[in-house]
Design a protein. Structure first.
Length: 429
């Protein structure tokens, strides 16, 4: 199966070309973390593997509007242990989401030049430990986010902000990070870190081919614009590739889930991860050029308008690594298939048309031609990403979002097995 019709191109380099401006109209910002599947990424401030988090997510909950008030700021009350205790009566989290304390948002807003605040509402999307609100202000719609404690070092946050500013100056479609009165992209209050982004509306990925292709182009431009980036901050470099903790966690999974019947499935998944890792290592990935990668590029982190990417969001996991790590994970995320609520009824095969659309559009961007070595590594990396995606949250919580862990692992085994059996056909040459 030929996935990319580019046989006339020379595949000799696995490094994108020099940076340049997008050949698209400049876009305004968008809210971060549009996805919501009930679990969080590994910490981007460490070298832990960082899987994407939208793969088989259920439809995100609609944002609440029951906390809207005109003329002043009204914030939900004290959320849970570990959140800033400003004032007010306690109120339990909603659907597992942490909430802002009374007065907390007013204190945060005092660190920005928003002008008059007309209304505020909760925005229950993304990590449940990182509460967010949307404000209607004199300067426009703004999203305030409190970072989950311990998720990243100040140096990594500075790195994330620096690359966003770098991309914004080059007209890349992303959320505009709003600078506080301190001149920084983050405000720290009582040890908690807050960020503000311009908020826009848009549509979600609809699984059709045009938006799939535009996602591939958006990732290619991201890589091209950052191929030689050497700005401030301290990035991390962990990934989902060749992580020994993944098969180890799988081999302990039966005990973790208290389900001896899952042991054979977990062992097969551990073996498939190791086989995929070996095939990727054989391509020479350890010696490939390293650059800034998004590390969380999936449908939930893209906002669309008229079938085109209006904003790429959530740069919390950005790091340094071979660009193939981004390409493989994103290609898998944009081509997985699911129908209905029963994971065992989901098709095992990737959607070949969407996979071809994504990779073909990426490959067509000047300076972003996929090398032969990268093409050979992509199927193995997709298997590693898929298995890592499932293993980390299930090992931590026993579940994948709302799905029971054992059921989800059996579904992943079927998909990973198909991908390994179809390895050569999935190589986009």
């Amino acid at each position: 199966m030929r996935l990319i019709g580019s046989k006339n191109k020379s595949r000799t380099s696995n490094k994108p070309g020099a940076t340049g401006l997008l050949s698209k109209p400049e876009h305004v910002g968008a809210p971060a973390e549009m996805n919501d599947n009930g679990h969080s990424n590994a910490r981007p401030g460490s070298d832990e593997p960082t899987p994407a988090i939208d793969l088989f997510a259920s439809s995100p909950n609609a944002a609440s509007s029951d906390e809207t008030v005109v003329g002043h700021v009204l914030a939900p009350k004290v959320p849970s242990a570990g959140s800033p205790q400003i004032t007010g009566e306690g109120r339990p989290p909603v659907q597992g989401h942490d909430r802002f304390a009374t007065g907390e948002i007013a204190i945060v807003c005092s660190n920005y030049e928003f002008g008059r605040i007309h209304s505020v509402r909760e925005f229950r999307r993304g990590s449940r430990q990182a509460p967010k609100v949307v404000l209607e202000t004199a300067m426009g719609m703004v999203l305030i986010k409190r970072r989950q404690p311990g998720r990243a070092s100040s140096a990594h946050i500075a790195f994330s902000h620096a690359i966003q500013h770098h991309l914004e100056r080059r007209a890349y479609p992303l959320a505009r990070l709003i600078t506080g009165k301190n001149g920084q992209g983050a405000v720290t209050i009582e040890g908690f870190v807050y960020e503000a982004f311009e908020f826009i509306t848009g549509t979600r990925y609809d699984r059709s081919l045009p938006p799939t292709a535009d996602a591939g182009r958006a990732l290619a431009y991201f890589h091209r614009l950052l191929s030689d980036y050497d700005g401030p901050g301290t990035p991390v470099s962990g990934s989902y590739h060749n992580v020994h903790k993944i098969p180890e966690a799988l081999r302990r999974m039966a005990g973790r889930l208290n389900d001896p019947a899952i042991a054979p499935t977990a062992e097969r998944l551990a073996s498939m991860y190791e086989r995929a890792s070996a095939r990727v290592r054989d391509t020479g990935i350890a010696g490939w050029p390293r650059q800034v990668i998004h590390a969380d590029f999936h449908p939930g982190n893209l906002i669309y308008a008229d079938g085109l990417v209006r904003a790429v969001v959530d740069f919390d996991s950005a790091r340094i690594g071979p660009r193939a790590l981004d390409i493989a994970n994103a290609a898998m995320q944009f081509s997985v298939t699911r129908t209905g609520l029963d994971p065992m009824a989901w098709p095992v095969a990737l959607d070949a048309e969407r996979l071809a659309a994504f990779l073909g559009a990426y490959d067509a961007v000047e300076g972003c031609i996929l090398s032969r070595a990268e093409c050979k590594a992509l199927p193995g990396l997709m298997v590693e990403a898929l298995i890592t995606e499932a293993t980390l949250p299930i090992a931590a919580t026993g579940r994948f979002g709302q799905i029971e862990g054992s059921t989800f692992l059996r579904m992943v085994e079927r998909k990973a097995s198909w991908m390994l059996e179809s390895y050569d056909e999935l190589i986009p040459l």
